[in-house]
Design a protein around this ligand. Structure first.
Ligand code: T6T
Length: 328
C-alpha cells in the first residue's frame, strides 16, 4: 500500500516567494537560484540513518562541498519511510539551504514536500533514488539500477551453471525507484536463462527480519529454490540470516546489492556468492557538483550515472575501493 502524506508546512512561505518572482524559483540579483550568492549551505537528506551506503554518500558530498567552500548539513529519517522523511524536508524552511540533495524514500509521496522546498528557491538534486515527476530536480545522480539487476541475473545464471531451479527476488518497498528498477532488470534478464524459473518478487519493507522470514517461507514453498536476488543491503543481510537459520548457506546462491561491511564479510565467508556494488561516494560528490553548478549559474547535467560493479569472491581484492564505509 502506498503512503499518503499531508502537506501543510511551508505553504505560506512558498506563496510569498512565488509572488516575488513568478517562476517558482527565487533568484538573487545575479540571476542565480538558491536564495542568494552568500548562502553556502547545502542540505543532504538520505533515505535512512546510520547505513553504510548513505554514510559513504555523505563522505563524498562533504569532501566535494568543502573543496568548493560550501558546507553540508545531513539529516536522515530513523527508517526508510516517507512519513518520517517528509517532516525533515518541510523543516528545512526554518533554516533554508541553498540546495537540497535528497534520496526520496517514495517516488510519489515525497513529491509535494520536495516541490514546496523547490518553490522556496532551493535547488533540488536527487541522489540515488528519484521521484516519478522529473520536473522538480535540476539533476539526478544514480546508478543504472536496471543494469544492476541484469548483472545480478547474469551472475546467478553463471553460478547455476546450467542447473534448473527457481529464483526469488526480494525487493524492498513498492515506490523505491532504485530497488524496483533492479527487480525489473533482473526479471527481464532472467528470461534469457530458460533453466532458471522466476519465483516472483516479494517485498521486505527494507527490514532484515522480514527478508529472513521470506527466505524461510520460500525454502518451504519452493523445494527447487536455487537462487535469491536481494535488491539492497538490508534485504541481502536479512536473506543471508534466513539461509543461515535454515542451514542452506551455499546450497542456495545469494546475490545481493551493495557492499556493506557485513555483506563483504558474508561474501568472504561464502554466505553471498555475488554482490552488485554501487559507488555512493561518487553519487554524493557529483550531487554536490551539480547543485553548486546550478547555484553558480554554470551548466548542469540533468542525469548522471554512477558506476556499478559485480563482485564475487574471485575479484574481491581488486574491487576494495567499492566497499562501503561506516565513517569518513
Ligand atoms: O541500495 C541502497 C540504495 O541505492 C537504495 O536506494 C536503498 O537502499 C540502499 O540504501 C541500501 O540500503
Amino acid at each position: 500500500m502506498r503512503i499518503a502524506i499531508r502537506h501543510t508546512v511551508a505553504a505560506v512561505g512558498a506563496v510569498v516567494l512565488l509572488a516575488g518572482c513568478g517562476s517558482g524559483q527565487v533568484e538573487d540579483s545575479s540571476g542565480n537560484q538558491g536564495g542568494g550568492a552568500g548562502n553556502k549551505k547545502l542540505a543532504l537528506v538520505p533515505g535512512v540513518q546510520n547505513e553504510p551506503f548513505y554514510i559513504s554518500m555523505q563522505c563524498g558530498a562533504e569532501e566535494e562541498a568543502k573543496s568548493a567552500g560550501y558546507t553540508v548539513q545531513t539529516n536522515a529519517p530513523a527508517k526508510f519511510d516517507a512519513t518520517l522523511q517528509e517532516p525533515i524536508v518541510t523543516g528545512l524552511a526554518a533554516n533554508k539551504p541553498a540546495a537540497l540533495l535528497i534520496a526520496p524514500t517514495d517516488d510519489v509521496a515525497m513529491t509535494e514536500p520536495i516541490k514546496q522546498v523547490k518553490d522556496q528557491g532551493v535547488v533540488v538534486v536527487e541522489v540515488d533514488t528519484a521521484l516519478q515527476d522529473t520536473s522538480i530536480a535540476v539533476s539526478t545522480v544514480t546508478s543504472n539500477n536496471e543494469e544492476g539487476g541484469r548483472l545480478a541475473a547474469q551472475t546467478l545464471a553463471k553460478l547455476a551453471a546450467g542447473k534448473s531451479g527457481t529464483v526469488l527476488v526480494l525487493d524492498t518497498i513498492a515506490g523505491t525507484s532504485t530497488t524496483n528498477a533492479r527487480a525489473k532488470g533482473f526479471e527481464d534478464e532472467l528470461k534469457k536463462t530458460p533453466n532458471l524459473k522466476s519465483g516472483g518478487v516479494e517485498f521486505t519493507q527494507n527490514e532484515p527480519d522480514q527478508a529472513a522470514s521470506k527466505v524461510t517461507a520460500a525454502l518451504a514453498a519452493k523445494p527447487d529454490l536455487i537462487g535469491i536476488f536481494a535488491t539492497n543491503l538490508n534485504t541481502g543481510e536479512g536473506a543471508a540470516t534466513g539461509l543461515r537459520n535454515a542451514n542452506k548457506i551455499g546450497a542456495v546462491n545469494l546475490v545481493g546489492f551493495d557492499a556493506s561491511p557485513t555483506e563483504v564479510e558474508g561474501l568472504k565467508a561464502g554466505e553471498f556468492q555475488g554482490l552488485i556494488a554501487q559507488d555512493p561516494a561518487t553519487i554524493g560528490r557529483e550531487g554536490v557538483k551539480q547543485a553548486i553548478a546550478k547555484l553558480e549559474g554554470k551548466d548542469v547535467k540533468r542525469n548522471i550515472e554512477a558506476p556499478l560493479v559485480a563482485i564475487t569472491k574471485d575479484n574481491m581484492s581488486a574491487n576494495e575501493k567499492y566497499f562501503y564505509k561506516t565513517n569518513c
